[in-house]
Write a protein that binds this ligand. Structure first.
Ligand code: SF4
Length: 411
């Protein structure tokens, strides 16, 4: 079965009209929302950013979605978000993000509650058949909602390639759990989380997207569309394709799609409304950003190279760099994904199950994806770095982050 995803074009700044059109074309909200429904509208407000830059969901889109929800007369509507790990612990807060984005005024105007999910109460939920995270604490507001509408913005992400409706659900877990997902393996943890809190409907803000390192205004990507659909992975597949990214290389998308009997491929989505081909842009991916940051490292990528190995590679390189080994990284060759042939190189690391046929050519990290420590170990071995020193640098960085968070929480 192909799930429907609709796109509409925003013309003359009529965001409300475009949201209504995309929602209508994708089947509407009538079958989801009744008079007894408790609805959570969940934008992506990862930090205190002005609306309309592509960094966070455009507040006008969240407003249009909330208006539409209210017209269906539900029992309760909450706009909820908990900013990224570190927020509500350091000097920033989700409340500040609400204010800066203008969402505070919107909630007041519409008469709905705006809730900081980082200060909500939580319940621990067991995740059946988990990939890496068998339990997680989730905000009660999300657990007690009958309908969750994810309203992400169209963006790339250095570790997961894309951040769309599935990754947007990280906002319903507390900061400590958000950090845990990075430790466990971000893509797998996102897939696990969506097993217990998957959105019931998605409205994708693709008016202004953001790529690469998210530096405003250089990385803004105007697209001018609104997307919508009932099936979250299907909307994310379409969103990835709109950014010129192969959805099948986004590991969390591949996992969630597979679990739902789908393939993370644009051909498995029934697209209606505005044709996305006419609006497709080539967004800079995590790979592109990574090459800019580590120009001395050559990455040989096979077609199957996905975010699992990419994210572990990005993390490991960061810790090698922090431990003072950036000169040693020059001349390092890393292979990820399935490749037919690998030229021998003096400093060669091969990551993951995909490269196992060439394992004897260099230092190989097994796994799919390999564990963080294993990737650090093989990179250290390939470039002559001291693994203990690098793991120390990693632990120090994590401890520092944890201590500042704790201090702030206690103050
Ligand atoms: S081995 Fe790495 S690149 Fe290959 S599928 Fe697994 S995570 Fe992706």
């Amino acid at each position: 079965m192909r799930h429907t995803v609709a796109f509409s074009r925003v013309t003359s700044d009529d965001i409300d009209g475009a949201v209504r059109e995309a929602v209508r074309l994708s089947g509407g909200l009538e079958h989801l929302i009744s008079a007894s429904s408790r609805v959570l509208v969940k934008p992506n407000l990862w930090g205190a950013q002005p609306s309309g830059t592509g960094s966070t969901t455009d507040t006008r889109v969240t407003e249009a979605v909330t208006r539409l929800v209210l017209e269906h007369g539900p029992r309760r509507v909450v706009i909820g978000e908990g900013c990224g790990a570190g927020y509500d612990g350091f000097s920033h807060s989700t409340e500040e993000a609400f204010r800066v984005s203008g969402l505070g005024e919107v909630a007041e105007r519409l008469g709905v509650e705006l809730r900081n999910l980082n200060s909500d109460s939580y319940s621990e939920v067991v995740i059946p058949d988990a990939l890496v995270m068998d339990r997680v604490r989730i905000a009660k507001t999300a657990l007690e909602s009958d309908v969750i509408i994810s309203v992400p913005v169209l963006k790339t992400h250095i570790r997961t390639h894309v951040t769309l409706s599935l990754k947007n659900m990280k906002g319903v877990i507390p900061g400590e759990e958000k950090r845990k997902t990075h430790r466990l393996g971000l893509d797998q943890a996102i897939a696990d989380l969506n097993r217990v809190v998957c959105p019931h409907f998605v409205v994708l803000d693709a008016i202004m997207g953001m790529q690469g390192l998210w530096s405003y205004p250089d990385d803004c990507m105007p697209v001018g569309l609104i997307g919508a659909g009932v099936n979250a992975p299907a909307v994310d597949i379409a969103g990835a394709a709109l950014m010129g990214i192969d959805p099948n290389l986004v590991l969390h998308l591949r996992y969630v799609a597979k679990r739902q009997g789908m393939v993370a491929d644009i051909r498995s989505v029934h697209l209606v409304g505005e044709p996305i081909d006419a609006h497709q842009r080539r967004f800079k991916t995590g790979f592109d950003v990574f090459s800019e940051r580590f120009p001395g490292v050559t990455v040989i990528r096979g077609e199957s190279a996905c975010t699992g190995c990419t994210s572990e590679l990005v993390t490991a390189l960061r810790y090698l760099d922090e431990a003072g080994y950036s000169p040693e990284l020059d001349g390092l060759h890393v292979v990820i994904g399935e490749v037919e042939h690998v030229d021998p190189a003096p400093r060669l690391a091969l990551l993951g199950k995909c490269t196992r046929n060439h394992a004897d050519l260099g230092v190989h990290a097994a796994g799919c994806p390999p564990r963080e420590e294993e990737v650090i170990r093989v990179l250290c071995e390939a470039c002559g770095a001291d693994v203990v020193k690098v793991l120390d640098a990693r632990d120090r960085a994590r401890k520092q982050l944890w201590e500042s968070t704790r201090k702030e929480l206690l103050s």
